[in-house]
Write a protein that binds this ligand. Structure first.
Ligand code: SF4
Length: 213
């Protein structure tokens, strides 16, 4: 499929009216908006680099003038320098088009750069949520604590006291009884194996699901 048809696909699916030249004009405008040459709409995806293909994906997401976009691991397959270009593009678009993003990632450094509010999930359940500042400066859930501990420090002289997680990740299709994290938690007690903790507000909307936090 040509890039032109890929970007125009959502408009066609939603029956956006307009003649062929209107749609082509809109596709060219979107290409430009994401930093690609409008002349390249007649190329195929394999003729673009990974970062450019990601830009095409962003152009397609913008085709219907959304106010909310879900970004699921948008930079995971890219090398670091291209990652930062895509993140900067997303930030620019957010500001210019007044967009709201739901940004899904395993990369906490990226999350810190992009997000205002954060939900930490373990085996399909939210275990902690709050503002970026609250979660990063005062993590409450043992899983969040371990995740933050695993972020590399970009200074060879500084050493972080690592607390590695033990055990394998259980199957989300058959999660452990009680607290889903109990098989890997160094703070677990008997109640953790029996009773599933619920999310509770610990102040200012900083919520955690743990019996002891
Ligand atoms: S409820 Fe228990 S097992 Fe679960 S995170 Fe808290 S201390 Fe750990």
């Amino acid at each position: 499929m040509l890039v032109k048809d890929i970007i125009a696909e959502p408009m066609k699916i939603h029956g956006i009216s307009g003649n062929k030249s209107n749609i082509t004009g809109r596709v060219k405008e979107l290409m430009e908006r994401v930093g690609l040459s409008p002349e390249h709409i007649y190329r195929y995806p394999h003729e673009f680099s990974g970062g450019q293909r990601q830009r095409i994906g962003v152009a397609k997401a913008l085709a219907l003038n959304p106010s909310f976009i879900v970004l699921d691991e948008p930079t995971s397959a890219l090398d670091v320098s291209v990652q930062s270009q895509i993140l900067n593009l997303l930030n620019d678009l957010q500001r210019e088009l007044d967009l709201t993003y739901m940004f899904i990632s395993h990369d906490l450094s990226t999350i810190k750069y992009m997000c205002d509010s954060i939900c930490i999930m373990y085996l399909g359940k939210i275990v902690e949520m709050g503002t970026k500042d609250a979660v990063f400066s005062k993590p409450l859930h043992p899983y969040t604590e371990a995740l933050l501990n695993s972020i590399p420090v970009p200074d060879p002289k500084l050493k972080r006291k690592r607390v590695p997680l033990s055990g394998d990740i259980p199957s989300p299709a058959n999660p452990p009884h009680g607290c889903r994290f109990h098989t890997r938690c160094r703070y677990r007690e008997a109640i953790c194996e029996e009773v599933e903790p619920q999310l509770e507000d610990k102040g200012n909307g900083h919520m955690v699901a743990c019996h002891f936090r």
